[in-house]
Design a protein around this ligand. Structure first.
Ligand SMILES: CSCCC(=O)C(=O)COP(=O)(O)O
Ligand SMILES: [Mg+2]
Length: 227
């Protein structure tokens, strides 16, 4: 079946792991405490703080304790939907202030533009919130890349190592999974996407292989018409 849509991961795939770990996470660590203390009563923030209490099992935690739980989760890169939502809100302020610019590899920019021009539908699936995804591509170093994308998926569709998440995404896109090519740097994500019927391509930007999957070091080596 020909590929009609390309679904891509962000961290380690379109964008450098170091941008996430050395720029985005430290920015969140620095600004999250003041952001939460200032905005804790706003409904969108209060809802996420409550979700942190539920997920941590500390249902009576005060705001200071919730902040500490969130900082601990950043330190272990926990992919909690509530943390990701709050990080997205904090990063939005950084992008708005011009303190952050989204990193997207030049080869990814070029391929995404070419595939869009060729008529492929492009989608993002990341553990980062949809808001954070739109920011990294919307405020990229090269300008606004969001017109290239037809949609965004985060952990609201399920976790990235679970097969059901990819089945849900294919259904939402409205294509048989076999017509979707999924790109990622994490073998467990590629395995889950394949188990749902998607085609897969691994990104190993420093070389090497993602076992069981076609693996490339750059988007320039991907030809969706050959899959
Ligand atoms: C959307 S940019 C923020 C990246 C992030 O928070 C993250 O957890 C990256 O996860 P990914 O699924 O893109 O590897
Ligand atoms: Mg990744």
């Amino acid at each position: 079946m020909p590929i009609k849509a390309i679904l891509t991961d962000i961290e380690g795939t379109t964008s450098a792991v170091s941008f996430v770990f050395d720029v985005l996470f430290p920015y969140a660590r620095e600004h999250l405490p003041a952001f939460i203390r200032a905005q804790a009563d706003k409904p969108a923030v209060a809802a996420q703080l409550e979700a942190v209490r539920q997920e941590s099992g500390e249902t009576d935690a005060d705001v200071d304790r919730v902040v500490q739980i969130l900082l601990d989760w950043i330190a272990i890169d926990r992919k909690a939907t509530s943390l990701k939502a709050l990080q997205g809100m904090v990063w939005a302020e950084g992008y708005r202030a011009g303190e952050l610019k989204g990193h997207v590899y030049p080869d990814a920019v070029q391929a995404l533009r070419q595939w869009h021009a060729e008529g492929y539908r492009l989608y993002v699936y990341s553990s980062g919130s949809v808001q954070a995804q739109k920011l990294i591509f919307g405020c990229a170093e090269v300008g606004d890349l969001t017109p290239l994308f037809s949609g965004y998926f985060d952990t609201g569709s399920g976790h990235k190592r679970e097969t059901a998440s990819y089945a849900r995404i294919a259904e939402s896109i409205g294509l048989p999974a076999a017509q979707v090519l999924f790109l990622s740097d994490v073998v467990e994500e590629l395995d889950a996407a394949r188990a749902a019927g998607m085609q897969t391509c691994g990104l190993a930007r420093n070389g090497g292989e993602l076992p069981g999957h076609k693996t490339v070091a750059s988007f320039s080596a991907i030809d969706p018409s050959a899959d």
